[in-house]
Design a protein around this ligand. Structure first.
Ligand SMILES: [Fe+2]
Length: 372
């Protein structure tokens, strides 16, 4: 049996994980890195600040992280950390806040002549990072990856993954209560991100015994929870129950550990231009390519096909039908957009990260399916 496992983040998932955490062991001055709304609305920011005060830690708040965070925002957050003299960074939010903080924690301790040097090598250890998630989807809590929006020579914007063992959070404090009030659209998109992570990891050529267990378990929990959440919202007309939210939270961490071992596949590669240029939420943008992804890989490995059907609880065909019911209409793309998105995606390593790799023509076909 083959596997190769490393994940150094201590994950503490429980009720009041933040309120019970002793931040004083990490430093005396903290910078909180967040977006404008999620950290406040979820109640996580209030819990963190209250706890920091109780622990006698001074803090400042940098709340300028946008969705699909830019490298410039990460540098700005790092500058704020330096001028405050922060010795610990705390990210509060979804994938954007966490990914931005991972890069900012590196910028805060390394002197790069050009910020893009971060992609080449990271000489010095980053600021210790604690992450507090407010959505169930990204899995960024447990990965050595940060996806940042960068600028090309002609000003084009594209997502670029930074991967380094230097950017693992030191602690992930997971309390699903922060997700209890999320509206359906965010719940759906983030949950579909979990499903995408699990499926893309399941069919990765880098999969080993441990990542397959994570992928299977993440998919099983996430898919069953999405269906329950959908039923509660649209048939029973009530709020999604805490047990379903808790299940989604756990699934997101498990699927995060799966992609930490294998990376993501072409559904993620295809998603990036849709998010950066068409403002499609990340999980949805990935999910539009999930059925084609499965059709492309199905039949390549009998064991994985069986694991897939066991995890979702029925056949591929039934899964395709349910995905269609869950997904809103895909964005419509012009021919110019299809050309440009195909070019942006052409060099992505994720295209090859499935047991049946995808060619450039395959990418174009997937975008063409979104042309109306
Ligand atoms: Fe993702």
């Amino acid at each position: 049996m083959e596997y190769n496992h490393f994940m150094p983040t201590r994950v503490i998932s429980k009720k009041d994980a933040v309120r019970d955490f002793d931040f004083s062991k990490l430093g005396k001055r903290a910078i909180l890195v967040t977006g404008k709304t999620g950290a406040v609305k979820s109640g996580a920011l209030a819990d963190v600040t209250e706890r920091l005060e109780a622990c006698g830690i001074e803090y400042c708040i940098f709340n300028e992280i946008e969705e699909n965070p830019s490298i410039e925002s990460c540098v700005k957050a790092a500058d704020a950390a330096r001028s405050f003299g922060a010795d610990v960074m705390i990210a509060i939010g979804g994938g954007s806040a966490m990914d931005a903080a991972k890069a900012a924690a590196v910028f805060a301790t390394n002197d790069f002549a050009d910020p893009y040097e971060i992609y080449v090598s990271i000489p010095r250890r980053a600021l210790p990072l604690v992450v507090v998630g407010t959505t169930s989807g990204t899995g960024s809590e447990v990965t050595a990856v940060s996806v940042i929006t960068a600028s090309g020579k002609d000003g084009e914007r594209f997502k670029k993954s930074l991967k380094s063992p230097r950017i693992y959070p030191l602690y992930a404090l997971v309390d699903p209560k922060y997700t209890y009030k999320l509206p359906w659209n965010i719940t759906l998109s983030t949950a579909l991100d979990v499903v995408s992570h699990a499926i893309e990891s399941l069919y990765s050529p880098k999969a080993g015994e441990i990542s397959l267990i994570y992928a299977y378990e993440g998919l099983k929990r996430a898919w069953s929870a999405i269906k329950k959440a959908h039923w509660q919202t649209f048939v029973e007309f009530r709020d999604i129950t805490p047990d379903v939210r808790d299940e989604l939270s756990c699934a997101s961490i498990i699927a995060g550990m799966a992609i930490n071992l294998t990376g993501t596949g072409f559904a993620h590669a295809i998603s990036y231009p849709l998010s950066v240029n068409k403002y499609v939420p990340h999980g949805l943008a990935c999910a539009y390519s999930l059925v084609p992804y499965l059709k492309h890989n199905r039949g390549e490995d009998e064991r994985r096909d069986k694991m897939f059907e066991q995890a979702v609880g029925y056949s591929f065909e039934e899964f395709y039908e349910d995905m269609q019911k869950l997904l809103p209409d895909a964005p419509s793309l012009s021919y110019a957009e299809i050309d440009s998105f195909t070019e942006l995606t052409a060099t992505s390593a994720s295209l090859k990260n499935s047991i049946s790799p995808l060619s450039g023509t395959g990418v174009e076909k997937l975008y063409l399916a979104m042309h109306k």
